[in-house]
Design a protein around this ligand. Structure first.
Ligand code: 9MR
Length: 322
């Protein structure tokens, strides 16, 4: 049985891919996943320089792969403070920026009308423990604090059937999770369409603990929205550790066993919230393709995913046993 079949009664199993890995990992994708996301190809800077001319070749390639293989398509992301071409919003008045945002969302919806979920504005919460909850971004500065209400309202107009997601990282952190909760609660009280909280789930084998993850699930579930795990990976290093993987084979094997236990504990929690949690997306298919091989240290090898180029890892077997 494959991974997505194993979890068929619980949630979708997705993977982020790029225009290269959608070919190189096609076999694993077809077998184990029933949802696909573009890791970069549908971000604003990947599709347009100016909000006038668009090139969707790479995103379309991935969307077409999903469609041809009966896989659902998750759209990432309509607006973000990173990977956005300056000309999209810079120098515009509030009115013109709102119009540009609406045009961009409309264009994305015309191209990807079948996306089942959309990260509308990505990573909007500030990491600074004190001060404003909202990250200071270009759109916040130009449009004002109602920019999220405006973006999600526009997204609903253009994507009437997709789940509209507020997607963020460090989503189990006590301060940040409270901020995400308050943001979504406020939006819903104002009648702004938000359907799901996206928990990116960039975790490592030490943190967050199962209890912290459960607390975050409880908090978000209490909003009455769905939850999606959007960018899952489990690094072998603590967050700020830039050291190398151990040379010693048995030491590395111990870390991979630890990772397998962590993944199993995680999926036991995920199963408890199935129903509220309706999709779990990994941020990549094979270790060799992970962004974590270049973050936080360039060219430092990491092994955060279920597969490597040789095949399934211990963590794959572990979650198949849950
Ligand atoms: O995986 C993406 C990587 O290839 C890009 O270089 C990076 C640029 O910011 O974005 C990565 O994906 C990010 C995602 O879009 C949002 N959440 C954090 C992800 C990892 O950085």
């Amino acid at each position: 049985m494959s991974l997505h079949q194993h979890y068929a009664n619980h949630f979708k199993i997705g993977a982020a891919v790029n225009a290269y890995t959608v070919d190189s990992r096609a076999e694993l994708l077809r077998e184990h996943f029933n949802s696909v996301t573009c890791g970069n190809e549908t971000k604003p800077a990947s599709v347009t320089r100016d909000g006038e001319t668009y090139d969707f070749a790479q995103g379309d390639k991935i969307r077409d792969f999903a469609a041809a293989n009966d896989m659902a398509f998750r759209l990432h992301t309509l607006a973000w403070h990173n990977q956005t071409p300056p000309a999209l919003y810079s120098g515009k008045s509030r009115t013109d920026a709102i119009a540009a945002l609406d045009r961009h969302i409309a264009r994305m919806a015309a191209q990807y009308p079948d996306a089942y979920a959309v990260d509308v504005v990505n990573e909007v919460i500030s990491d600074a423990p004190n001060g404003d909850a909202l990250r200071k971004t270009q759109l916040l500065e130009i449009i004002g604090v109602d920019y999220l209400d405006i973006a999600y309202t526009a997204a609903r107009r253009h994507f009437p059937n997709a789940a509209l997601v507020v997607n963020d990282y460090n989503e189990c952190d006590a301060v940040k999770s409270r901020r995400i909760f308050e943001l979504v609660r406020g939006m819903r009280e104002r009648g702004v369409p938000v359907d799901a909280v996206g928990m990116q789930a960039h975790y490592n084998i030490f943190s967050p603990a199962t209890d912290e993850i459960r607390c975050a699930f409880d908090l978000y579930a209490s909003l009455g929205v769905k939850i999606q795990v959007t960018e899952l990976d489990v690094s072998l290093f603590r967050h700020d550790d830039k050291s190398q993987l151990p040379q010693d084979e048995s030491e590395l094997a111990r870390l991979l066993d630890h990772q397998a236990e962590y993944y199993a504990a995680l999926f036991r929690v995920f199963k408890e919230y199935a129903g509220t949690l309706d999709s779990v997306t990994f941020w990549g298919v094979c270790d060799e393709d992970s962004w974590l091989n270049n973050f936080p240290a360039p060219r430092r090898r990491n092994m955060p995913l279920l597969f490597d180029a040789r095949g399934a890892k211990p963590c794959y077997d572990a979650i198949m046993g849950v």
